[in-house]
Design a protein. Structure first.
Length: 99
């Protein structure tokens, strides 16, 4: 579980990132989850955009992706979801010694 300070720090780091994946009318499926898991292991922090044709509510989509991918939901702002998961092999973000 992330603290408020950690979330604020991660939001600042994610500000300049572009969304990697899009959730459209197909919604959340196993194919999307597998790709999110692979990408977040390498990046630790990522954005996903929810397209206007997605029938599900964006907060539900964010919670479902975070839970199934084993990631922490940092933020849902507008149609953009920010996720974080500590990498085992490609550690880049240090939440313990953050500024």
């Amino acid at each position: 579980m992330l603290t408020g300070k950690q979330k604020r720090y991660l939001r600042a780091l994610a500000h300049h990132l572009d969304p990697i994946f899009q959730v459209g009318k197909g919604g959340v499926n196993d194919h999307l989850i597998r790709h999110v898991q692979e990408a977040i292991e390498k990046r630790e922090l990522m954005k996903i955009s929810v397209l206007p044709n997605c029938m599900e509510e964006r907060h539900e989509v964010a919670a479902e992706i975070a839970e199934k991918a084993g990631a922490e939901l940092v933020q849902v702002i507008g149609k953009v979801i920010v996720l974080y998961k500590e990498s085992k092999d490609h550690k880049q973000i240090d939440l313990v010694g953050m500024p």
